[in-house]
Design a protein around this ligand. Sequence first.
Ligand code: NAP
Length: 504
Amino acid sequence: MTEGGTAPAPVAGRNLIAGEWIESVSGRAFESRNPADRDDLVGVFQAGSAADVAMAVRAAEMAYPAWRAVPAPKRGEVLLRYAGLLRRDKERLARALTREMGKVIAEARGDVQEAIDIAELMAGEGRRMFGDTVPSELPDKWAMSIRQPIGVAGIITPWNFPMAIPAWKTMPALVAGNTVVFKPASDTPWCATILVELMAEAGFPPGVVNLVTGSGAEVGDAIVDSPDVPVISFTGSTTTGKRIAERAGRRLKRVALELGGKNAIVVLADADLDLAADGIVWSAFGTTGQRCTACSRVIVEAAVVGPLMEKLERRVRALRLGDGLLADTDVGPLINETAAAKVEEYVEIGRREGELVCGGSRATGGALDRGVFFEPTVFAGVAPMARIAQEEIFGPVLSIIPVADYDAAVTAVNHTRYGLSSSIFTRDVNVAFRAMRDFETGIVYVNAGTIGAETHLPFGGWKETGNGHREAGHAALETYTEWKSVYVDFSGRLQRAQIDNQPG
Ligand code: NAP
C-alpha cells in the first residue's frame, strides 16, 4: 500500500456459489494490483471457467422458486439491511475501492454512496412495483397488470464504478425476485467480493446471489451463452456490448446494455466562464476521465474561446496526480497499462488534429513511477469530426472545439455515434430549454458538468450508448421483470371482449 503504511496481506479471493466460497474448477487464478502502485498486490482471485458458471447458474436456478415466492416488500427489507451494511462499512469499502481501482477517495465514497442510494431506492420498490389497474370494457370484469421476475439474471460489470454499477444492477434484479450470477471486471474483483460478502451478511439466501470472477472471454461468454440465463445486464464498451447482443440475440434473451460515451459540454458566450471551467475540469478529469459520462469535448462559442482556455489551462495545470488515498490528490491513476497505451495512442493522433495546450505525457517521478499515471491533457482547435473528438478515449484527454453559434454547437453535440450525457453553460433560459430539447443524449445538464447522475431518475443513453434500456429509477425494473396482464371475470357468464359490447 502506498499510503506510507505496510501493505496488508493479499486477499485470497473465492467464488460464491450456492452460499459457499469456493475455488474455481479451473485451478487457475489471477492477480489484482493497485494501479497507483503496481507493487501493491491487492489479491489473487479465481480465474473462473464455463464449468463454474454452470454451477453458479444451477445454484441460482435452484434458489429462484423460493426467492420469487418471498413477498416483494420482504425482499425489499433484505435490500434495506444491505444498504445499512454498506453505510456501516462505507469508509472501508471506499478505501478498498481506491486501492484496487485508483479513483480518489472522495469519489470512491461517492461510488459507495451510489450503491447505498440504489439499495434504499430499490428496497422501496418492494412496496411499489406498480402495475396498472384499469376498467374493463365488460361489466363485472377486472383488468390489471403485474410485474413478475424473469429468472436468473446474468450481470456483467466494468471496473470504473466497481461498487455502484454492480449495485445498480443487482438491487433491481433482486427486489423483483430474480436470482443473480455476477461477473465483475477482472480489474476489480476485490470490490465485487466485498459487495457480495455483505449481501450474504444482509440475509440474501444461499444461491440468490452468486459471484464468478474471471475473464470476459470465459466467464462472460458462458453467462451470455447459458440457456438458463434469460436476462443479461451489461455495462462496458460498445464493442463488447455489440458482441454480447449478437450472441444473446441468438437465444432471444433480454439484454440491457449501458455502453460508451463521447460527452460534450457546450459553453455559450453569455456563460459564467468560471463556473463552466470548474464544471469542465471536474467532468473531464474526475475519475481520471474514466467515467462513461466524462466530458471529452468542450464545444465553445468562438467569442469566448480565449478567456475560457485561460481559465481552463490554469485549473488543469494545478491538478495534482497521485495515490487517491492521499488527501491532496486530485487525479488518480489510469486503471492499467492497456488503458495508458490507448491514451498515448490518442494523444499522438491529437497532436496531428489539434494544438496541445497542456499534458500529453505519462506522469512520472517519485511515487508516480510505481503507478499508471497520465498528465491531464487538453487539445485546442479541434474539429468536430476529428478522431479525438469522435472516439471514446476513456482517459484524461479533452478536446476544445470552437463553433460559431448555438446551432453549430447542437450539430457538434449530436454528431457522434454515442448519446449518453451532455451539458450547456448559458445564462439564457430560452437557450437552456432549447438545449434540453435538442441534445440527443439520455442525460442533459444545465449549468453543471456532464457527471453527477442521481439514482432516482433513469440513467442511460441514446444511439450506440445502449439499446434503449435504462438503469436506476423505476425504469430499472423494466429490465428485470415481465409484464403479466390479468383479467378476472366475476359475471358468471361468458363475456366476449370486442364482440358482446358492440352495438348491433
Ligand atoms: P469492457 O472491456 O467492455 O468490459 C466490461 C465487462 O465485460 C468486464 O467485466 C469484462 O470482463 C466483460 N467482458 C469482456 N469481454 C466479454 C465477452 N466477450 N463476453 C462477456 N463479457 C465480456 O469495458 P471496460 O473497459 O471494463 O469499461 C469501460 C467501458 O464501459 C467504457 O466504454 C465506458 O464508457 C463503459 N461504461 C458505460 C457506462 C454506462 O452506463 N453507459 C458506465 C460505465 C462504463 P474482463 O474485465 O474480464 O475483460
